[in-house]
Design a protein around this ligand. Structure first.
Ligand code: 26W
Length: 793
């Protein structure tokens, strides 16, 4: 076994600095030190990683394959040191080498290979699968450019490309030997009565492996990301003729496949490149799975005994037809048997009900890019229709479109939603008919990893928890319940308060530095961070902020509870309405923050470029968690769980996992407001719902009036006319209908916050009762109910 001592770590860091980086300590930069430390830490992951792989092979253990177009992993260095139990040692050793550990850690760029919730969930799942000892591979794409960088110019969002790979990525191992040919386009031929696909284009998928180490280093799995390469390297003839650009064309074309992450979250566009990316990931993964399976010497019909494949939303839903193609065309299996084998391996997780986010491909595009798959899909669809006689509007191919949700459903043995409410809606609305024919919908409520989202990001609170209930809660989060009796004691509450305050003071310093705004750590930090989308209703939040501003101006002497409204999040580049909301928030911030009548009573801050590492900074410092989506629209939410763990009560609607948070924490520790999912449906039947709500609410009228008058856009008074018009006439997400209830709930927050003891108790109980939201619990649920896999530990 490797020597895990402090002198050995120091020696390894210096060795890597010298021999891997080729740098003399006297001239090494922060980057060089970070690389040296990362390589030294990575060395300590390799042995447990090999041991895990070996054990899986030796025992013939079933493996899980998690297919996802997104893995939003963020930084890896500190996380790895924490799971190896080397964090404090690393800090100490770096100090001895004259380096500040935080500076080194924060030098690491985020791996931003995802948009939001779905991608971050995949990252939490990878860590939890390693922690609970579930043998697993994550399969994704090694995007050269992750999610775009956001900055504000005159309050407007401006995007620029992200380029995390311009620096060396010390966590991955390139695997040139693990490469597969991915076919596209071309045509079908019949040979000896069999359909043969003659592809028109091919690219190579090359593997890059990142080990993922679980808590206490007991198990490690692999995140295998595919990079695209040309199958024909270079056109030498053209080069020799002097046509250099054309010579390099095949290379450029192939590489576009793994060039950039699509920045659309919840809106779907039928772009051919996206379909190619989805197939590129899926085909490479399945070829790799079959290669590994065959190396074990098993019969293909036994695939489901050894392999569970999970589709993270429909993005890899081509897995059904592709697995059939590989089994039938390349391995000679009968079609019907291949379909049964595929179905027994596959599971599908749905992450959204929003109709605009459900993937549908024009049969024209689909048949052009993947002619053989189009043929297989039609065969599945015919078989399904002839065998089960579904209603005429149900099927995979309808109105010249391939519906990926229906395809994923029919090709999976289990389909799950991501919160109790969401799974219920998937069953009753989205797949009602299909579930009637083939009952297979279950629920697996999301979770988050408490190692990153509590232990790592909130050292003051994590320390207090360990001091209070001892070690071991990190992998047994239900133990946080043991904090409950302490939540009555003033000494504990004072310590809890001190931990939160330390985080707030640190955040206030960061806000000063990054936004130029001075905020008081005594104020209530009210945080809404997530993608900007109409259904998430950042607009409702900013309207309430304006109402508060209006009231402060009218009565500055009242004993206002000081508030800092913190926003964070990106809008999809083409989502004009979301971008307008960003602009409005920034405009309101400019006016409010510079109004001398307001002072510390209200501040609005919106730091640029929200990402995983910013979340790690904001969430531990939050007093209040904003989870205010229109009921029925947020599948689960996972930020909501992170805030709860970090001792921030929620102000929220009965949506997604909020329902279960409320259930766990109790209604006296949650600020509930707003229409329910059912009431939302009813309310929409009244075409005048917005006008009725606005005319009934003087405060809302005042707010809309202020915006319409240009109070926040004096240089362009008409800037928000359209926005205000939309609230009056096209308020699909019921901002107006929920406004008064939200404002009332915010008033209750103020009252509760002013009562220190009451507030601290609420906050502490949120942490104490958050155990259910560990992704370890979620993963155990999938292992038992979907994958039929046992822990290998
Ligand atoms: C093809 C365009 C596209 C891209 C991404 C459509 C839809 C998506 C995702 C499904 C959007 C997403 O991230 N959904 C979120 O998934 C989280 C994890 O389950 C949930 O917590 C969020 O509520 C849900 O919005």
């Amino acid at each position: 076994m490797r020597d895990l001592s402090e002198p050995q770590l120091k020696q390894d860091i210096l060795r890597h600095l010298t021999y891997t980086l080729g740098k003399d300590a006297a001239h090494a930069s922060t980057y060089d030190w970070r690389m040296a430390l990362s390589f030294a830490i990575r060395d300590r992951i390799v042995e447990p990683w090999f041991a895990s792989t070996r054990k899986t092979w030796d025992t013939g253990h079933k493996r899980v394959y998690y297919l996802s177009m997104e893995f939003l992993i963020g930084r890896l260095l500190e996380d790895a040191t924490i799971n190896l139990g080397l964090r404090d040692m690393a800090e100490q050793v770096m100090a001895e080498l004259g380096q500040d550990f935080r500076t080194i850690v924060e030098d690491e760029p985020d791996a931003a290979l995802g948009n939001g919730g779905l991608g971050r969930l995949a990252a939490c799942f990878m860590e939890s699968m390693a922690t609970v000892g579930c043998p697993a591979y994550g399969y994704g794409i090694r995007y050269e450019h992750g999610l775009f960088r956001q900055r504000f110019e005159g309050g407007r969002q401006v995007e620029s490309p992200e380029d995390w790979l311009t620096q060396r990525h010390p966590w991955e191992f390139e695997r040139p030997e693990a490469a597969y040919t991915i076919p596209f386009k071309g045509h079908l031929e019949t040979r000896d009565g069999r359909d043969v696909w003659v592809p028109g284009e091919t690219v190579l998928a090359e593997a890059y492996d990142t080990p993922v180490i679980g808590w206490q280093g007991k198990w490690a799995n692999t995140l295998r990301l595919w990079g695209a390469k040309p199958t024909t390297l270079f056109d030498l003839d053209r080069f020799n003729r002097g046509d250099y650009a054309a010579a390099a064309a095949p290379e450029t074309l192939a590489r576009t496949l793994s060039r950039v992450l699509y920045p659309d979250d919840t809106t779907y566009q039928g772009k051919e490149l996206r379909l190619k990316q989805e197939f590129f990931l899926t085909s490479a993964a399945l070829q790799d799975i079959l290669r590994r399976f065959k190396a074990g010497g098993f019969m293909l019909r036994d695939l489901p005994k050894h392999v569970a494949i999970q589709m993270n939303d429909t993005h890899p839903a081509i897995a059904g037809p592709e697995l059939i193609r590989l089994l039938v065309d390349e391995n000679g299996m009968e079609f019907m048997e291949a379909m049964e084998v595929a179905r027994a391996c596959l599971g599908y997780t749905n992450h959204t009900l929003l109709p605009e986010a459900l993937e549908r491909w024009a049969t024209f595009t689909f048949g052009n890019v993947l002619p053989r798959h189009m043929q297989i899909i039609e065969r599945i669809d015919h078989w399904h229709r002839d065998t089960y006689h579904p209603p005429h509007w149900v099927g995979i191919v309808k109105h010249h479109e391939v519906r990926m949700g229906e395809l994923a459903f029919i090709m999976s043995h289990k389909v799950n939603g991501v919160s109790a409410l969401h799974s219920d809606l998937v069953k009753k609305n989205l797949f009602a008919e299909l579930d009637g024919l083939h009952p297979r919908i279950i629920n697996q409520t999301n979770g988050v990893t408490p190692r990153r989202w509590l232990k790592m990001c909130n050292r003051p609170l994590a320390g207090l928890i360990t001091d209070t209930i001892g070690e071991g809660w990190e992998a047994d989060l239900d133990r946080l319940r043991e904090l409950e009796p302490h939540a009555k004691k003033s000494a504990f509450l004072a310590d809890f308060d001190a931990a939160k305050r330390a985080n707030k003071v640190a955040l206030a310093g960061w806000i000063k530095e990054h936004c130029g705004v001075t905020v008081s750590a005594d104020a209530l930090f009210d945080v809404q961070v997530k993608r900007i989308h109409e259904y998430k209703r950042q607009l409702l939040n900013i309207l309430e902020t304006i109402a508060r501003y209006h009231d402060i101006k009218a009565d500055p002497k009242k004993d206002w509870v000081p508030r800092v409204k913190i926003f964070g999040g990106k809008a999809a580049p083409g989502y004009a309405v979301a971008k307008e909301i960003i602009h409005l928030i920034n405009d309101v911030a400019a006016v409010v923050n510079s109004d001398p009548d307001v002072g510390d009573r209200l501040k609005v801050v919106y730091p640029e470029n929200y990402n995983v590492s910013m979340a790690e900074r904001l969430i531990p410092a939050a007093d209040l968690s904003e989870q205010i989506s229109t009921a029925g629209k947020e599948a689960s939410g996972t930020g909501n769980m992170k805030f709860m763990m970090n001792g921030a009560p929620t102000i929220g609607t009965l949506d997604g996992a909020n329902v279960e948070i409320l259930q766990e924490v109790g209604d006296e520790n949650f600020f509930l407001f707003g229409l329910t999912a059912e009431e939302v449906m009813k309310r929409r039947q009244n075409p005048d719902h917005a006008r009725d709500a606005i005319t009934a609410s003087q405060p809302l009228q005042d707010v809309l009036q202020m915006i319409a008058e240009g109070r926040f856009s004096p240089s362009e008074p008409g800037r928000y006319h359209e926005l205000v018009h939309r609230v009056w006439h096209h308020d699909y997400f019921l901002v107006a209908s929920d406004f008064d209830a939200y404002r009332e709930a915010q008033a209750q927050v103020d009252t509760a916050y002013a009562d220190r003891k009451r507030w601290l108790r609420m906050a502490a109980l949120n942490t104490a009762r958050s155990g259910f939201f560990s992704s370890d619990r979620t993963i155990r649920g999938y292992m038992a109910d979907v994958w039929d896999v046992k822990s290998a530990l």
